[in-house]
Design a protein around this ligand. Sequence first.
Ligand code: PXL
Length: 273
Amino acid sequence: MKRIATIQDFSCVGRCSLSVALPIISAAGIECCGIPTAVLSNHTGFPTFFKHDLTDCMNSFADKIFECGITFDAVYTGYLASASQIGIVEGFIERARREDMLVIVDPAMADDGVLYSQITPEHAEKMRQLCALADVITPNVTEACLLLGEDMISQPTGGDIRLILSELVKTGAKNALITGVEQDGKIGAAAFDGSEFFGYFTEKIPLRCMGTGDIFASALTASLVNGNPLKTALERAVTFVGKAVSSTYSDPERRFYGVNFESVLADSAGLLK
Ligand code: PXL
């Protein structure tokens, strides 16, 4: 069975990070080892939260995992809780490196032009270095602009997206992908593999949801590790998120946080294979 190490926080409430990566990757038939960067009462999009930072434990987690001889088919990183733990994550990737091991970096730092609480400019700078180690990076438009040190573009055209993608690839990642891209009234993701631009778009549902980026990156990672090319994995991840948002939209009891990925997981699990 394939095995992924995913390095991100565990938020007790909020349907993000490890809480979504573990079920989605497991449902795709892959062992998912969650390596926590912090434990939070709830994610930082709520009015208040408690965060226990695990930076000081992360090298010890890594030491024991590698002493046990554990190997991974991919390392997938998400929300990192402090700028200082980004170097530790780079060290983890270098120790885990094997031929054919994939590195997927979701530079979870911001959305809608706004940095998440406690994310600093130093964090963005270090995240740029981490992205250079990746096979695939999955920023939203805000994060892509941050990585490039550019002002946020609020309504990017197709030309803007292609320019941002090609600049992102120049910073070192082999493939760049941008989530939350709108095209012809649809929403989805656009990508550049260094030679070709491609994208996949689905019906735009009139609902702003938090947590779609984490669900997207988890589904994409699962599909890539199951051997699909980036184009196929991108289509599957966009489709999966579209179904989850649609299910959330039709839920009269929906919350302001997270999408109802659980209700589509059983049906969609096969889709990720
Ligand atoms: O990627 C979203 C996310 C993950 N983890 C934590 C967050 C957020 C977004 O606010 O606060 C802790």
